[in-house]
Design a protein around this ligand. Structure first.
Ligand SMILES: CC(C)(COP(=O)(O)OP(=O)(O)OC[C@H]1O[C@@H](n2cnc3c(N)ncnc32)[C@H](O)[C@@H]1OP(=O)(O)O)[C@@H](O)C(=O)NCCC(=O)NCCS
Length: 203
């Protein structure tokens, strides 16, 4: 069985939808069942922990019953969809972005390291969006999320399984153990969205 699983659902309104929590829970149940976990009929209860301040109302999500069995989870959403990932290979993170939204936002100055900015003029918006989801998925897997400056991180961009080539976050550079990347099918809404999920090698 794969140790990195991803599930996606369409949801008009995204996180602002009244159905958001139920859709997220259903996706978590689905992905953890696919991982072979038996939650005893209980829905996947999500807990959060912030690595920066220790708060429990924000920060990296986890499902305690799954974590006890060695499975980590990640969550992301756009205006029209919800994505969850589950990893049995170490902490994981996931991100998804609508390419059209990336095109409208001044992303490059906050996302790219100086050496990446040199090429930014020639970058297609799809490539910029892919760099965004890769970096944010990695930073979520580490658990600090965007509390770590994404412009301080460089991934080698061309491979399907990117490596971390520069790291200025806390601790040692994370080592990806598995990487999933998909362009979401047009049936799920905006046709040019991306999803990316990364599991980190367990320390
Ligand atoms: C929270 C954050 C990831 C939201 O990014 P976004 O693009 O608006 O939202 P996304 O859809 O990509 O991700 C949202 C999901 O990320 C997850 N998430 C939040 N913080 C996370 C973290 N530190 N690590 C991993 N995942 C995290 C949550 O599960 C959230 O979904 P939920 O609200 O349904 O639980 C981003 O703003 C961030 O990393 N902020 C960190 C700031 C911080 O920690 N500051 C210090 C506070 S003391």
């Amino acid at each position: 069985m794969s140790t990195l699983l991803v599930r996606v659902a369409a949801l008009p309104g995204g996180r602002t939808s009244p159905a958001y929590r139920d859709v997220r829970t259903a996706l978590l149940d689905s992905v953890l069942t696919a991982a072979g976990l038996d939650l005893g009929g209980a829905v996947a209860v999500l807990r959060r922990r912030c690595l920066t301040c220790g708060g429990t109302d924000h920060g990296k999500p986890e499902v305690p019953a799954a974590l006890a069995a060695g499975w980590h989870i990640g969550v992301a959403h756009t205006a029209t969809r919800v994505v969850v990932a589950a990893s049995g290979a170490g902490p994981c993170g996931v991100d998804v972005e609508d390419v059209d939204a990336v095109a409208r936002a001044p992303v490059a100055p906050v996302l790219l390291a100086p050496e990446e900015r040199a090429d930014a003029g020639a970058e297609s918006v799809e490539r910029l969006a892919r760099t965004w989801v890769r970096k944010e998925a990695l930073l979520k897997a580490v658990g600090h999320g965007l509390a770590v400056d994404p412009a301080s991180v460089v991934l080698d961009g061309e491979q399907r399984a990117p490596r971390v080539v520069r790291w200025a976050g806390p601790g040692r550079a994370p080592v990806p153990a598995a990487w999933v990347e998909d362009d979401l099918p047009a049936t799920l809404g905006v046709p040019r969205a991306l999803v990316s999920a990364v599991a980190l090698r367990a320390p």
